[in-house]
Design a binder for this molecule. Structure first.
Ligand SMILES: Cc1ncc(COP(=O)(O)O)c(C=O)c1O
Length: 493
């Protein structure tokens, strides 16, 4: 019966959810998010965690960081989850570096050691653990396809993954014969971080019972469909308990969250440089665990071979100061790396150094402002947005949670058609909403197609990103615009 809750296709079953709620003693199974009638009460579900005192008066009207960007003032860009925007000084650096590259006929050979050394501390890791990749998808391919899989291996993941992770997984299925099991993600405010631990553990147990060799967990933090921040440290703890490789699709993490990846202990985290980190279009951050910090993750480093590189060799120079070389397969067993794995992944022919170095500029800007300051600012805006949505539509309109602080991100998804259950799954109405919001209100957002437990059709919420260039007033403007447009569309206007 458990298979129903971890199957990959077909009608979604909520058995695992019910089991979890029963286990924690919840008396009733709450109905799936977003399927009820019109939102009723003002103030329903307000978290009360949004603290207006954190904001300076200027943040209400205009973000103090707005001037750092060259964004078109005719539009309000709230789809950073798809693409960020290079700050003015990064654009200038990139342009100058490009000109210099052409004028001096430069090349991009090397392993970008200085750049990695500059960026790594902002992510809490050493330079041998950070690669400047081309984007999240590129990093996910590095991570997943670099693992020597065997037929019968199993990866436990979720049903809310992006193709950036799903596609390399599918290659591993076809090429090596691995099997993929998926937990069904809860949606809305009625979910907790503990629930994810439970769901993953349950799926691992079931796969083992079915005779599979469970080798890895993979998940998105946050998911691109709802913006739910799957709790990385908790899931790494599940991985450690089960002796599994941990792979996090963190497309939205760089530039959004001030995470220390050494402390998170995850084996691989692949994120974008071009989204919240506001670097050039083809940039990403790949973190790869290359030493054992036993307080965070005492598991042996996973076997790994680089996928795209021009500097691999069977024996590598040692980085621990001892003479001679070390075999590629001899990974560190303690806190000192045996060799610089990131250098090998980084170095692949000639790369466009102006682009990679421009990401370094964006990272330097983030470090200077303070990654924690940025995280707090943009999460506060997102809480303001979630509170406003809960006030206007009711908390059930949210697909992203707001009450469990571990699950909150700066991505907010909600259904402005919550008053009309028929429209909740209507792809055309959702698409029209996004287009009209752009054309009539000048606001750029996107929609997503979300599998919801208990629903045989995908739900179609819109997804809003709150970032550094936004003010409180702009968040409120978005809410007013959505309210107004939903009302118009309900009257066929
Ligand atoms: C969760 C997730 N993973 C992967 C990607 C792909 O990102 P990229 O374009 O950086 O490869 C996205 C893009 O939005 C995403 O949201």
């Amino acid at each position: 019966m458990l298979k129903d809750s971890v199957k990959t296709d077909g009608v979604i079953d909520d058995h695992a959810r019910r089991k979890f709620l029963k286990m924690i003693g919840a008396g009733t199974v709450l109905a799936a998010t977003g399927v009820h009638a019109h939102a009723q009460s003002l103030g329903d579900g307000l978290s009360g965690r949004w603290d207006r005192d954190r904001f300076q008066p200027q943040d209400w009207a205009r973000s103090r960081y707005r001037n750092a960007f060259i964004l078109n003032p005719q539009k309000l860009f709230m789809n950073i989850g798809t693409a960020g925007s290079m700050p003015r000084e990064v654009v200038r650096f990139f342009n100058d570096a490009n000109t210099e590259y052409a004028r001096e006929s430069l090349n991009g050979y090397g392993n970008f050691a200085a750049l990695r050394a500059q960026i790594a501390p902002g992510f809490g890791v050493d330079p041998d653990e950070l690669v400047v990749s081309y984007n999240t998808s590129d990093g996910m391919c590095h991570a997943i396809l670099g693992i020597p899989w065997q037929a019968g291996d199993c990866v436990v993941t979720t049903n809310h993954e992006h193709p950036g992770g799903n596609v390399p997984l599918q290659i591993a299925v076809d090429r090596y014969g691995i099997e993929v099991r998926r937990i069904q993600c809860p949606t809305g405010n009625d979910q907790t971080a503990e629930e994810y631990e439970f769901l993953f553990q349950e799926a691992i147990d079931q796969a083992r019972e079915d005779g599979l060799n469970v080798r890895a967990m993979m998940w998105s933090s946050p998911t691109f469909l709802t913006g739910t921040m799957l709790p990385i440290r908790r899931l790494v703890d599940v991985a450690i308990k089960n002796e599994l490789i941990s792979i996090c699709d963190g497309a939205h993490l760089p530039g959004m969250m001030a995470y220390d990846y050494a402390a998170l202990g995850v084996d691989f985290m692949s994120g974008a440089g071009h989204k919240w980190q506001c670097g050039p279009g083809s940039t990403g951050i790949l973190i790869i665990r290359n030493k054992i910090r036993s307080e965070y993750n005492q598991l042996p480093l996973p076997a790994y071979f680089p996928v795209t590189t021009s500097s691999y060799s069977t024996n590598r120079p040692r980085t621990d100061g001892s003479p001679g070389t070390v075999a590629w397969t001899e990974r560190a067993t303690g806190p000192v790396a045996t060799y610089d794995i990131a250098a090998v992944i980084q170095s692949c022919g000639s790369k466009h150094s102006p682009m990679l170095n421009a990401l370094g500029k964006a990272c330097a800007m983030w470090d200077e402002i303070g990654r924690d300051v940025i995280e707090e600012y943009i999460l506060s805006l997102s809480m303001r947005l979630k509170d406003n949505i809960a006030s206007r539509w009711g908390v059930q309109a949210l697909y992203a949670p707001m009450d469990d602080p571990e699950l909150v991100s700066a991505l907010t998804s909600f259904n402005p058609f919550f008053y009309n259950p028929e429209l909740i799954t209507d792809a055309a109405a959702s698409g029209m909403f996004v287009n009209r919001l752009r054309d009539e209100y000048g606001i750029i957002v996107r929609n997503t197609a979300v599998p919801v437990i208990g629903s045989s059709s995908l739900h179609r919420p819109i997804r809003v990103s709150t970032h550094l260039w936004h003010s409180v007033r702009e968040v409120d403007r978005l809410v007013d615009a959505c309210w107004d447009l939903a009302d118009k569309m309900s009257r066929n206007l």
